[in-house]
Ligand binder design. Sequence first.
Ligand SMILES: O=C(CO)COP(=O)(O)O
Length: 251
Amino acid sequence: MRKPIIAGNWKMNKTVSEANAFAEAVKNNVPSNDKVDAVIGSPALFLTDLVSASKGTDLKISAQNCYFENSGAFTGETSPAALADLGVDYVIIGHSERREYFGETDADVNKKAKAIIANNMTPILCCGESLETYEAGQTASWIEGQIKGGLADLTEDQVSNLVIAYEPIWAIGTGKSADANIADEICGVVRGTVAKLYNDTVASKVRIQYGGSVKPENIAEYMAKENVDGALVGGASLEADSFLALLEAVK
Ligand SMILES: O=C(CO)COP(=O)(O)O
């Protein structure tokens, strides 16, 4: 049985005081993490405060990106070793916004995944197709390519513990969420790709999230689907009440 994982992705939102107010409102109200993993993906600036506020609670903290080297002359980058040392548990990689605006490739995603795992954190590896690819009926082959590239050289154990997020680009921030059956089908493509690259046991363990206009009102539809183990949520994770409502709907 795969444990559900609901992760907020705040993207580039909030100030330090807003992040701290959110943590105060949420940290003692998240459901127990033997039922659901509750994660907030925060800008790097607030991670120190959020990790310290969430210590001893069931709220876990994620970064939204990191570099694939632990240290060195890489001005402006964030070290995975430093994130791990801080107490960060997850790192989102390969988000479509990073691919589109910052040129992140499958090869980068793969190097980052290895660095994150080497530092005992869990990657949340994002994949997803554009509207053009979707309308051309090429979603499955596109997703297979991203998964193959992102997972290159990872071991069975490493992939078993991974989180993969399927986020159709046309559903992100548009209010136009994918139909739950489509989300299930493409999360199934992700799982099938893992089965092809590894085996059915690994595929049955890897957790797969759907992301794209998930809200408290529609999350249960996705979570009811066989291949959907959680959600990666942007807009609806920004307010404490809404984030808690997402968690309540799945616990
Ligand atoms: O990109 C997303 C999460 O990573 C989805 O964002 P929205 O939930 O705002 O559509």
